[in-house]
Design a protein around this ligand. Structure first.
Ligand code: ZN
Ligand code: ZN
Length: 368
């Protein structure tokens, strides 16, 4: 079929919305009609050429939600008409990682996905016979996409898809960092560095886990206000003094849990230094630049602080994304506050401009 999609033709150049061919879903694959897709930093990172593993041409986009249109042979868990959220982090439920509760890093299709291929090593996207590689196994800046069944979370059809799409990446990453990776205990003190999509999700996750005090650190007053809306009890203007301010707030000890959601290694260091002696856990969610390292004084670790990393919030997507969507529908998570701009596909580059200007939290492309 012919579809319209936003193609990254060359790094550093605007995406081009054009017509491509999309082949029918093969065994284990699903054709999804996209209804909405968030514009995420990772899309911009790849488009800029900064990501050393990036490739072009490709169709970007990985924060998608839509409706199942057709299924390939052997697909059992979704049927046409089902509402789904796309998962760049799949869950096959069979590999050694999927069968272990300690990680969400499914191994089933990792290599093929990193190369821009579907699990059988080919692509469904093409242009005049030339194969076009998929991005993050999703390629959701498009009217339709073909994805493996194991990379789709079936959600309650009551959930508006222009909200549900945020659970495909940033929001689940933040929620999961607090709920899965840190396992925040009720009554605790938490600090979240960075009030973008991931950081605000972490604030919401700490609140859902019953944290007593939630401190959010950011440079923008506007974002700190949003953090209050998600449950932050204290806000701090980011900078060199942030750690001292946190120590002052906690009788000199530091927080039970800290979260870093900026990708800045200096801030990661602050997250470790702001964690409490004895048991403080610093969870790193941000993606640092290539070659950057985290500088930590070993004494901080000897005296009981721990550092954890969190990819997609440790979320096993097919199981937990539908649960998060249910909690949103139950009124426990305020997703509306995150959607700052609605765009049509042709304005996808505007989404990147807004992100670079730090205007709002999320632009959502509406395909309706
Ligand atoms: Zn993302
Ligand atoms: Zn797996």
């Amino acid at each position: 079929m012919r579809i319209r999609a936003a193609l990254l033709e060359e790094f550093g150049a605007p995406l081009q919305v054009q017509e491509l061919d999309l082949a029918e879903p093969q065994a284990g694959e699903v054709l999804v009609r996209l209804a909405a897709c968030g514009v995420c930093h990772t899309d911009l990172y790849t488009a800029s050429g900064a990501d050393p593993s990036g490739y072009a041409p490709t169709v970007l986009g990985h924060e998608g939600a839509g409706v199942v249109e057709r299924v390939g042979e052997g697909v059992r868990d979704v049927t046409p008409g089902d509402h789904v959220v796309t998962l760049f982090s799949p869950q096959c439920r069979e590999c050694i990682h999927c069968r272990d509760h300690r990680t969400n890093l499914c191994l089933a299709i990792r290599e093929q996905q990193n190369q821009g291929h579907l699990p059988d090593g080919t692509t469904r996207l093409s242009r005049e016979g030339e194969p076009i590689r998929h991005f993050m196994g999703t390629s959701t800046f498009a009217e339709y996409t073909v994805m493996p069944e194991i990379a789709l979370a079936k959600i309650d059809p009551e959930a508006p898809l222009d909200r549900a799409c945020l659970f495909a990446c940033g929001l689940s990453t933040g929620l999961g960092a607090a709920i899965n990776t840190a396992k925040v205990a009720p009554g605790s003190t938490c600090v979240v560095f960075g009030a973008g999509m991931v950081g605000l999700g972490a604030v919401a996750g700490c609140r859902l886990e019953g944290a007593d005090r939630i401190v959010c650190v950011d440079l923008s007053d506007e974002r700190l206000e949003l953090a209050r809306g998600q449950g932050a009890t204290h806000t701090i203007k980011g900078g060199a003094d942030a750690v001292q301010e946190i120590l002052d707030l906690t009788d000199g000890f530091g927080a039970d849990y800290t979260f870093e959601a900026t990708g800045n290694v200096q801030v990661m260091r602050q997250a470790v230094e702001a964690a409490r002696m004895g048991w403080g856990l610093a969870t790193v969610c941000g993606v640092a630049g290539k070659g950057e390292t985290l500088d930590v004084v070993p004494r901080l670790l000897i005296t009981g602080r721990r550092v954890a990393g969190s990819s997609f919030g440790g979320v096993k997507g097919r199981d937990q994304v539908p649960e998060f969507v249910d909690r949103y529908l139950a009124g426990e998570i305020d997703v509306d506050a995150f959607v700052s701009h609605k765009l049509v596909l042709d304005d996808v580059n505007r989404g990147f401009e807004l992100m670079e200007a730090q205007d709002g939290i999320r632009s959502v492309i509406d395909f309706a």
